[in-house]
Design a protein around this ligand. Structure first.
Ligand SMILES: C[S@@+](CC[C@H](N)C(=O)[O-])C[C@H]1O[C@@H](n2cnc3c(N)ncnc32)[C@H](O)[C@@H]1O
Length: 303
């Protein structure tokens, strides 16, 4: 799967099936079960094959503690594609170049996210924006998941910048399902608890009737964002102009060190000198001091 520019349109869905960012596990098996009580036989060889395929395609480094998670998530793919064993499914997957690759990757990504997750980043980002309140600003959110992070970035910008300031955000992910959810911009009200009343009123429309309990982002919040599919580990990122800031949070944690280094080198190439890189709370790139200097808690400046 190559990173390519593919915009995601927001479908006009009212009561959308919204994933809150926490992946739903595959349903319980109801068919015949193997000796371990599983629906499909599952071996170390199957797991190793999955490990190698997801590493090659997405850079995700699945450690051995992930057996149950992988079995559960991929069992659903076996059911949906009509395969009776992991061996058959994986053999079929490897022999084709079709859309199942996207489903395979979607099944194995972890998409946990939240509005204003790691609040301190948004305070630093707002301070940065206020240094040039009329813009222009161009920002990339590179592991956007279900949209909570890109919409938090745009809320921060709309609050910090002057009215009509130029601000655009590119929001991308490898997982096509979460990107569609992000582009749709419909969330459960419980997921919006961390937002202020002022933010809720300004940026969201509450659903009524069948849509009670849901809220949709207003056009003001959606309009500055271009959603597209980008694989962080593939060459050929589709960007022409360098960014002022990049959010790459809680995704490199799934990559091994050589992959992290290659991604950091590419991010360095798409950031303006002096541009800021925001990373996740468990990610530390102080070793890449030839590329970035630490400027705050998990915030780096591009050299
Ligand atoms: C745990 S979520 C983090 C979401 C958000 N950045 C945050 O911090 O709340 C990790 C996201 O990275 C995405 N991802 C994993 N591998 C990727 C890759 N190779 N390229 C782009 N995105 C990837 C996953 O699909 C998932 O949505």
């Amino acid at each position: 799967m190559h990173s390519h520019r593919r915009s995601v349109n927001a479908p006009t869905v009212h009561r959308a099936h919204v994933r809150s960012g926490v992946r739903q596990e595959a349903g319980d098996a109801d068919a015949d079960q193997d000796a371990q009580g599983r629906e499909f036989a599952w071996t170390q060889a199957d797991f190793s094959r999955v490990q190698s395929l997801i590493y090659q395609h997405a850079g995700i480094n699945l450690h051995n503690g992930k057996h149950a998670m992988v079995y559960s998530r991929l069992s659903r793919r076996l059911r949906e594609t009509g395969h009776n064993s992991f061996r058959d499914y994986l053999g079929w997957l490897e022999s084709c170049d079709g859309p199942e690759w996207q489903e395979f990757v979607n099944a194995l990504t972890t998409n946990l996210t939240a509005f204003f997750r790691e609040q301190h980043h948004f305070e630093i980002f707002a301070q940065l924006l206020r240094t040039r309140p009329a813009g222009p600003w161009s920002v990339w959110c590179s592991a956007a998941s279900t949209g909570e992070e890109p919409y938090s970035i745009v809320m921060t910008a709309l609050e910090a910048l002057q009215p009509r300031a130029q601000f655009k955000l590119t929001a991308s992910d490898i997982d096509s399902n979460v990107l569609a959810t992000a582009a749709r911009g419909v969330y459960r009200l419980e997921g919006l608890k961390g937002l202020s009343q002022a933010q809720l009123q300004r940026f969201f429309m509450r659903g009524k009737g069948d849509n009670a309990g849901l809220a949709r982002v207003r056009p003001e919040l959606r309009q500055p964002i271009d959603f597209l599919s980008v694989n962080l580990i593939r060459d050929g990122w589709p960007f022409r102009e360098p960014f002022d800031a990049v959010f790459c949070r809680n995704v490199m944690i799934y990559f091994d060190e050589p992959t992290q280094r290659r991604v950091l080198e590419r991010i360095h190439r798409v950031l303006k000198p002096g541009g800021m890189l925001f990373v996740g709370h468990a990610e530390n790139f102080t070793d890449a001091r030839d590329l970035f200097v630490l400027r705050g808690k998990t915030v780096y400046e591009r050299i």
